[in-house]
Design a protein around this ligand. Structure first.
Ligand code: F6P
Length: 531
């Protein structure tokens, strides 16, 4: 990121935050904070387009917020944001602009509008053609990373809006156990394959595309043009593969920011053009909020600041995402790429080693399933993990009682994390449930909860294309904010290159068994695999 704006740790506000953390921040007790300030919920909740956020169960007070906003001002986050929105080449190591926001700007409003809307119109017309064709029953998207995770997350999330006669499949892994069961259930005459790859060189995607094409021919398929299309910036390579129907995009669309581009074709086929435009409109509304809202009321900005507060002062190493909506089951995986590929960096934009921690580990499962797996650790483990709850007011199914139970569970988990339970309270309960062999005081300690564990709760009125678009854009801008504060380039991903190169070098050795020149462990493992 080429900018003269200072890195967060080189600002005056950083020192002030450090002093504040040591004097008050570290010891803030949420239960006391609510007791002191009955208006805390209102003071720390925000309404952004489509997304309400309750930040009041986070370890911050008015002073923390003021210092964090000072930090944002000193790091000139607003200028950096404007540079991104204006199409400056802020991806410095690749010399590229970062313009995913242009993909959801209304016609005539954003940079490159003619190009963007030209492809969008063509892509949506094609999606409608597939939906109305009547000859297709299955659509298989073959892509990985950003060419998979966005559509693979959005399509189930918007199941309520999905075409009932079309089944969407996502194949990403080079492991044949991914594509084989998908192909097993398909009829080649009724299947459309989308080969999704920004570069059209990614090993996994090219290998799976070749398997799909061969399978199609083996099934007696002849019309590749009807049954294969591509979404890529490398139209030439798609043509060389034999694909005539191609929807392009541009190098200023990062893979993990690409679901708004032609990469969104599976989404458009699933939900139709009108709903796809609503998805874009929701994201655009969040873009405008990020661009225009006052800092204190700016949700992505506040979330990015909170991330820095937790990572660098409280030193929390991870954040857990708990969507209380089964349709959002792929959201944690999607966010892992968005956040950890963007901000998992150890040098700043000038190449200097960073003296501070960057991306946390992001992980999670839908509620309530996570409750019966790892929530034990969240409540009573030794690490504090901030949790993010996503609650959706209205369900898209008729089972009202299930939905009430789901919402009660989400609320209860956030409440339990914050309130905890003392050993004294637990001891009174032991009167009826104590094990006969265990000292009551010991059992009470096992049954106590420390509480004061932070969480954020997002509330959507309903999970619609528009609200989902806004939610995703909120996450994108939050990642931008924390990355800009850390002074890193959030838009490259050099960390994935070494493994790719070593894989290419090892591939022929799996045939030859040659271990010459390899380190001892890799040589030993190779011998085990090829013997
Ligand atoms: O994992 C690295 C990466 O380059 C991601 O950033 C990208 O989303 C993914 O590979 C897929 O790349 P492509 O769309 O070019 O196949």
């Amino acid at each position: 990121m080429s900018t003269a704006a200072p890195r967060c740790d080189r600002t005056r506000a950083w020192g002030a935050l450090q002093g504040h953390y040591e004097a008050h921040g570290r010891d803030l007790d949420l239960r006391e904070a609510f007791a002191r300030d009955p208006a805390r919920f209102d003071a720390f909740s925000l309404q952004a387009p489509e997304v309400f956020a309750d930040l009041s169960k986070n370890l911050l007070d008015i002073a923390t917020r003021r210092f964090l906003l000072d930090l944002a001002a000193e790091c000139r986050i607003a200028e950096r944001r404007d540079a991104m929105l204006a199409g400056e080449a802020i991806n410095s190591t690749e010399g590229r602009a970062v313009l995913h926001t242009a993909l959801r700007a209304p016609r005539g409003a954003g940079p490159c509008s003619d190009d963007v809307h030209g492809v969008l119109d063509a892509m949506l017309a094609y999606a409608e053609h597939v939906r109305n064709d009547g000859g297709f029953t299955d659509v298989v998207n073959i892509g990985i990373g950003g060419s998979d995770l966005g559509p693979a997350m959005v399509v189930p999330a918007l199941d309520a809006f999905g075409h009932r006669g079309l089944k969407l499949h996502f194949v990403s892994n080079v492991d044949g156990h991914d594509i084989a069961p998908v192909l097993r259930g398909l009829d080649a005459r009724k299947t459309l394959f989308i080969i999704a790859s920004k570069t059209f060189t990614t090993q996994e995607t090219m290998a799976n595309a070749a398997v799909a094409r061969q399978w199609f021919l083996d099934q007696g398929g002849t019309d590749i043009n009807r049954h294969f299309c591509a979404t890529t910036t490398n139209v030439k390579a798609a043509a060389a593969f034999g694909i005539g129907t191609t929807f392009g995009f541009w190098d200023w669309v990062g893979g993990r920011y690409s679901l708004w581009s032609a990469i969104g074709l599976p989404i458009a086929i699933a939900i139709g053009a009108e709903h796809f435009r609503a998805l874009l409109a929701g994201a655009h509304a969040m873009d405008r909020h990020f661009a225009d809202a006052e800092p204190q009321a700016n949700l992505p900005l506040m979330l990015g600041l909170l991330d820095v507060w937790y990572r660098n002062f409280h030193r929390f190493t991870s954040r857990s995402v708990a969507p209380y909506h089964q349709g959002l089951r792929r959201l944690p995986a999607y966010l892992q790429q968005l956040e950890m590929e963007s901000n998992g960096k150890r040098v700043d934009a000038d190449g200097h080693a960073l003296p501070l921690a960057t991306s946390p580990v992001v992980w999670g499962e839908p509620g309530t399933n996570g409750q019966h797996a790892y929530f034990q650790m969240l409540h009573q483990g030794t690490d504090v993990v901030p949790v993010e709850f996503i609650l959706v007011k209205q369900a898209a199914h008729p089972h009202a009682d299930l939905h009430r139970k789901l919402l009660a569970n989400g609320l209860a988990q956030a409440q339990a994390l914050m309130l905890g339970k003392t050993a004294d309270v637990a001891a009174t309960e032991n009167a009826t449930t104590a094990s006969p062999t265990l000292d009551r005081a010991v059992l009470a300690r096992h049954r106590s909860f420390p509480g004061n564990r932070p969480s954020t709760t997002f509330v959507l009125d309903a999970l619609t294309p528009r609200s989902l678009g806004a939610l995703i854009a909120m996450y994108e801008h939050r990642v931008f904010t924390s990355g800009a504060l850390w002074g890193i380039n959030s838009f490259d991903q050099w960390g994935v290159e070494l493994g790719k190169a070593l894989c290419n070098a090892l591939l022929p050795r799996l045939d030859s068994g040659d271990t010459q020149g390899l380190d001892g462990s890799t040589a030993g493992l190779l011998r085990k695999l090829v013997a």
